[in-house]
Ligand binder design. Structure first.
Ligand code: HEC
Ligand code: HEC
Length: 330
């Protein structure tokens, strides 16, 4: 080979190698767009977000073929038009079967340390195995799902682009987590107010905000911070006897009976019905529940102590709760 030709070959090889590195780094350099007043979420090193992972996760999320009888997708229960929650108390999975909890909104799930209302799943990256295998949701063994996706040309290409030659069983929940991590929202009127636009809330909403933060209501003792939750597990006095032990199912500690993660109030106007079992239909009834001071369970938080509001004050509080709605997904 002539010297000149060799040089060209070498240069091409270097170019190729750097192109591969460039693309490989594109795979991990996806930057989540976050509102200025939001903290930076922790994304695990072994599942950095990439455009290819998001595309795969999104396709899986909306695909009913990932359930045993091809009728139920993730979006069957996590509907974009309801902020990725559902508008019924208990959603229906395959074969008309129903579980016992209300489907949660997935907005800002990127911030969860402990996933599910009882904190029973420790990583978003593996959470999806639960609905995929749960008999009341998609009811398909993940091994079987992996096999059927392997036989699909389009999926094959997408899995390879996202996770190289990693096993599908590894990649399926991680791709779904990557997509869910992009569902960040923080542009409601409330957010604009927090960011300094003092005209973003109406007078009624400002009065509602004062009530929300008042000593007697103290809603923000639990519903605090950028996502209107402190992420703690609390018993808010929904029942005297809980049919669902909540956090205690995980910790096996009786002091955790009836405790659930403090719900984020983001988009709360569109995520009805409310509470872990969807048992409260409207915001007005939620306020009645707190005003009565809860049902008095032995683990009920002492912060729930009851209060009295005039009709005007109640309307103001509800209109403040409505300021948490961000219509960009709705
Ligand atoms: C049949 C309805 C149903 C289907 C289908 C379903 N989910 Fe869910 N999802 C729920 C319910 C109910 C909960 C609340 C469970 C709990 O807290 O124990 C939930 C909770 C979650 C959570 C935790 C949210 C939080 O705030 O802790 C994530 C993440 C999630 N689902 C993702 C998915 C993905 C991904 C799929 C598809 C593979 C899926 N879900 C399919 C009903 C469903
Ligand atoms: C001691 C902590 C605490 C206080 C104080 C508190 N909450 Fe809650 N809140 C919770 C918990 C925990 C849940 C979730 C309960 C469940 O999943 O069943 C919740 C759920 C809710 C929900 C339902 C959200 C959903 O999507 O299901 C609304 C609305 C709500 N609270 C509003 C308020 C208002 C308004 C106040 C003040 C009057 C208030 N909360 C005070 C802990 C608290």
């Amino acid at each position: 080979m002539s010297n000149a030709l060799e040089k060209i070959y070498r240069k091409t090889a270097i170019l190729l190698v750097s192109a591969v590195f460039f693309f490989a780094s594109c795979q991990t350099d996806y930057v989540l767009e976050l509102p200025n007043h939001f903290p930076t979420p922790i994304i695990p090193d072994d599942n950095k977000i990439s455009a290819a992972k998001i595309a795969l996760g999104k396709k899986l999320f909306f695909d009913p073929n990932i359930s045993i009888d091809s009728t139920v997708s993730c979006a069957t229960c996590h509907k974009p038009e309801y902020a990725f929650a559902d508008n019924v108390a208990i959603s229906t999975g395959v074969n008309g079967s129903r579980n016992k909890r209300n489907a949660t909104s997935l907005i800002n799930a990127v911030y969860l340390d402990l996933v599910n209302k009882d904190g029973g799943v420790v990583k978003l990256d593996i959470q999806a195995v639960v609905p995929i295998e749960d008999e009341h949701e998609m009811n398909i063994p993940i091994v079987k799902l992996a096999k059927s996706l392997k036989n699909n040309d389009q999926y094959q290409k997408m899995f390879e682009a996202a996770y190289g030659d990693a096993s599908y069983i590894y990649a399926i929940p991680r791709a779904l987590a990557s997509y869910i991590r992009t569902l960040v929202q923080g542009d409601s009127n409330y957010d604009r107010y927090i960011q300094g636009d003092k005209s973003a809330l109406t007078d009624s909403q400002l009065r509602g905000k004062r009530l929300f933060e008042s000593d007697s209501l103290a809603c923000n003792d639990c519903h605090s911070g950028f996502d209107l939750t402190d992420y703690s597990f609390q018993n808010n006095g929904l029942y005297q006897l809980y049919p669902d032990a909540g956090r205690a199912l995980i910790t096996l500690d009786s002091l955790d009976r009836g405790k659930f993660r403090v719900a984020s109030l983001r988009n709360v106007a569109v995520t009805k019905p409310y509470m872990y079992d969807g048992s409260i239909a409207t915001l007005s009834e939620v306020i009645d529940h707190y005003a009565k001071g809860g049902q008095g369970h032995i683990n009920q938080s002492e912060k729930i102590k009851g209060f009295k509001l005039s009709q005007q004050e109640k309307d103001d509080l509800i209109s403040f709760l409505k300021s948490f709605t961000d219509s960009s997904y709705l």
